[in-house]
Design a protein around this ligand. Structure first.
Ligand SMILES: [Zn+2]
Length: 98
């Protein structure tokens, strides 16, 4: 492994310890709830979930769980990604494993 890649890996590990550097702008995640699968989305500071409870209450255990999990990493409003990163890359968050 070349030294440049080794430094990048070290830097990545260091970044991974500093979640305040990361602000999710938009994402869609599959959420495996106790009673079924749901889709949770976040965009421009707004959460949404495909479950029935969210439809009537504008919140649910799935969006709350995501907020707890990603605490401090959610942007309240759209943040422009750095110009060298394509928007599709900058906004995608990993989908939760089923
Ligand atoms: Zn829900």
């Amino acid at each position: 492994m070349d030294s440049s890649l080794t430094r990048k890996i070290e830097k990545a590990r260091n970044y991974a310890q500093q979640s305040d550097r990361i602000q999710f702008i938009k994402f869609r995640a599959a959420f495996r709830g106790d009673n079924g699968d749901h889709t949770v989305t976040f965009e421009a500071g707004d959460w949404s979930c495909s479950c029935n409870y969210f439809t009537t209450r504008a919140t649910c255990s799935h969006t709350m769980a995501m907020q707890i999990t990603l605490e401090g990493m959610m942007s309240a409003r759209p943040v422009a990604p750095p110009p060298h990163i394509p928007v599709e890359t900058a906004v995608e968050a990993p989908v939760l494993a089923p």
